[in-house]
Structure formats: C-alpha cells, structure tokens
Design a protein around this ligand. Structure first.
Ligand code: HEM
Length: 155
C-alpha cells in the first residue's frame, strides 16, 4: 500500500511539474507576448511564478523522497535498479539544481525589478527564466520518456 502511494505521489509530482512548465512555455508565453505590453506582461509572470513555485518546491521534495523510498524499500538498493532509474536519478537532480538556481537568482531579481518598476532589468530576468525553463522542460520530457519507455526497453 505504502509503495503504491509512493509511486503515485512520484508520478503526480513529475506530471504536475513538467506539465506546468509545458503550459507556461508553450501556451501562456506566446499569448502573453502577443497580448500584453511589457509592464503588464512582466507583472503577470512575476505573479504566475509566485503561485507556481511553491508547488514546485513540494514536487522537488516529493520526487527524491518517494524515488529513494522505492529504490531502498521496494527494490532493495541502488544495485537492484535498472539503467533507466540511474539516468532518472542523475537527470532528476540536475533538474532540481537548475530549478533552485532559477528560484534564487533570476526569479528573485525579476520580483525585485517588477516591484521597483525597472522594466528593462525585469525583461532581462524573464528572458533568463525562459531559457532555463526551456532546458528544464526538455530534461523533464526526456526523464519521463526514459522512466517509462526505458523500463520496458530494459525488459
Ligand atoms: C530525483 C531523483 C529521482 C529518483 C531517485 C527516482 C526514482 C524512481 C523510481 C525508483 C521509480 C520506480 C521505477 C520502477 O518501478 O520501475 C521511478 C518512477 C518514475 N519516475 Fe522517478 N525518480 C527521480 C526523479 C524523477 C523525475 C525528475 C521525473 C520526471 C520529471 C521522474 C519521473 C518518473 C516516472 C514518470 C516514473 C514512472 C515510471 C513507470 O512506472 O513506468 N522521476 N522513479
């Protein structure tokens, strides 16, 4: 039962984190760019991230906790899991570190720039965030493909 809860929380965290990045990057970003002037658009993004990132903190906590729970409690250690789990673990930590950088550097500065109405600086920070989200979204899609397809491929 507890293992079922762990894998469910794990996959839900992955789905919501990567799905949220997909929505922000592919759907909201082009619409906001087409419809809104710079100050409004930058305020929108500061507010959107302020609501999304507390959820992401929960996901980046749940993913390793539930992942290692499964590795050590269900499978009996790292030596008993396949290559797809090793790759997921490595790329997963990379995604988490990239997210932390995004949160503590460009996002903090974006918020400050929006509060003080430094629109040029805010636009520069948003552009950095866009590039970082593009990287993490790509990694997230690759990790999900490896986690699901890789498991079957390895037999
Ligand atoms: C951070 C460290 C991580 C660890 C230690 C970890 C570990 C695991 C383990 C042990 C499983 C069960 C594998 C199985 O039963 O065959 C699993 C499944 C899965 N993980 Fe992770 N994971 C991590 C990060 C991530 C990330 C970042 C994502 C996606 C963004 C992700 C997506 C998935 C998915 C979709 C599955 C389900 C695979 C399936 O059942 O077919 N994991 N993970």
């Amino acid at each position: 039962m507890i293992h079922s809860i762990a894998i469910a929380l794990h996959v839900l965290s992955a789905t919501l984190w990567v799905g949220g990045m997909f929505f922000a990057y592919q759907i909201l970003r082009p619409v906001a760019a087409a419809e809104l002037e710079a100050p409004q658009r930058l305020r929108l993004w500061a507010s959107v991230f302020s609501r999304f990132f507390p959820c992401v903190w929960l996901f980046v906590l749940l993913l390793p906790v539930t992942g290692y729970w499964l590795i050590f409690r269900l499978y009996g250690g790292m030596s008993n899991v396949g290559l797809s789990v090793h790759l997921m673990q490595g790329l997963g930590w990379l995604m988490i570190l990239i997210y932390m950088h995004l949160f503590f550097a460009p996002f903090r500065r974006l918020k400050e720039a929006v509060i003080t109405e430094q629109w040029q600086d805010a636009a520069r920070r948003l552009n950095q965030i866009r590039q970082i989200v593009a990287i993490n979204l790509s990694l997230g899609l690759i990790v999900i493909a490896i986690a699901t397809g890789g498991r079957l491929y390895a037999g």
